[in-house]
Design a binder for this molecule. Structure first.
Ligand code: UD1
Length: 361
């Protein structure tokens, strides 16, 4: 079976590396994979450095679509991928998550009559204004194989009337976390950034709902300034957020350490050592959870509700910057000594996914 994996955004490189690595064990000799990079992310810190750090071979194809409005970006990926199909001749197209690259590849697969597998199926924020929610719902609808990271995701798909194709495999991000948590760059991350274990906040912000809403972004930077008065705040900045604060004339408080986007192993190291993580990233919410670090999600809802129900994650409160800062500082104090429950599989989600695909080929 020839799987063509389509990736384009930073977290997808991490997820694809997990499956590629699992294939290298030789346990699935009838499966081979080819990576297609859409080029949605293209800065070195957002793309190239990930392939190098994750030990991934360069993608077989790079569609180099770059940034653009949703329709333009999605359409360019569709046209580029469709044109490559005669060369690639996939038996199955595999996509991850909820980006425009995910949606575009799903549409191409469905229209070309190629089997489609979606890893991270069944997640919902129930907020249609979020571009990722549209991407998830459509991709799930078109997919033949729905690989769910948790039971909750599978329940959601059944509620939506899906009868077949659902497999609860665990979360490839958990596999990845276990693989990288003892990496030398993960272990050295606190020293490199001059912070002490459990005495700093790790913060990321990149979602459109935060970056494209001036009042909300200003409020969040007020909150971070308050937190930075109590403990060091590390804020690796996505280029979208960097552009937004420049455009809006927001000057982050000096006490906030603004960093370039971080390499993956460093992120894992910092997420596991922070007193608290505050983020609007889905991936980082779970990296905090895996590392037994309390998290405040800087959004009004999350697709990872099980981490909230388990008491390790909370949504940011409505209110002013002081209320949000208060929630972040309180989360840092309320760290539980009990380890988080195992909600996302046994650490071999990739093996489960490949086993299912092998079975049906
Ligand atoms: C995308 C995903 C989001 C995911 C995130 C991971 C969609 C709709 N959103 O958001 O779900 O959490 O990736 O990081 O697909 N930019 C650069 N250099 C880059 C990439 C982006 O400067 O290498 C800037 C550009 O101004 C671009 C903006 O960031 O317009 C947004 O990039 P885009 O790929 O559209 O979405 P993300 O915000 O990265």
């Amino acid at each position: 079976m020839h799987i063509v994996t389509v990736v384009g955004a930073r977290p997808q490189f991490v997820k694809a590396a997990v499956l590629t690595r699992r294939l290298l064990t030789g346990d699935f000799p009838t499966i081979r994979d080819t990576i297609v990079h859409t080029g949605q992310h293209y800065d070195h810190t957002m793309s190239g450095s990930f392939f190098t750090d994750l030990g991934m071979p360069a993608p077989a194809v790079n569609l180099s679509v770059g940034s653009g409005a949703h329709g333009a970006q999605t359409g360019a990926i569709m046209a580029g991928l469709e044109a490559e199909l005669p060369n690639l001749r996939p038996d199955l197209i595999l996509v991850y998550g909820d980006t425009n690259s995910t949606l575009a590849a799903a549409l191409v697969a469905a229209k070309a009559g190629i089997a489609l597998a979606h890893v991270e199926a069944g997640l919902r924020s129930f907020r249609r204004a979020m571009p990722e929610e549209i991407n998830r719902v459509v991709t799930d609808r078109l997919s033949d194989y729905l690989f769910c990271p948790s039971e909750k995701a599978a329940v959601q798909l059944r509620q939506e009337g899906r009868g077949s194709g659902i497999h609860v495999c665990g979360d490839v991000m958990y596999d990845s976390f276990l693989y990288y948590r003892n990496h030398p760059n993960a272990r050295a991350a606190t020293i490199k950034h001059g912070v002490q274990s459990r005495q700093f906040a790790l913060v990321t912000l990149h979602r459109a709902e935060n970056t494209d809403n001036p009042a909300r972004l200003a409020l969040l930077f007020d909150a971070l300034a308050d937190v930075a008065r109590q403990m060091p705040v590390l804020l690796p900045l996505h280029p979208r957020t960097r552009q937004a604060i420049a455009r809006l004339g927001i000057s982050p408080a000096d006490a906030i350490s603004i960093l370039e986007p971080l390499p993956y192993a460093e992120t894992i190291g910092l997420a596991g050592e922070a007193a608290v993580v505050a983020t609007d990233s889905g991936g980082l919410q779970k990296e905090a959870f895996f590392g037994a670090t309390p998290c405040v999600t800087l959004r009004d809802e999350t697709e990872w509700g099980e981490t909230v129900e388990a008491g390790w994650n909370r949504l940011m409160p409505q209110g002013d910057g002081a209320a949000i800062a208060g929630s972040i500082l309180q989360a840092a104090q309320n760290r539980s000594d009990a380890p988080p429950p195992q909600l996302f599989g046994n650490g071999d989600a990739a093996g489960e996914i490949l086993m299912q695909l092998q079975r049906y080929q």
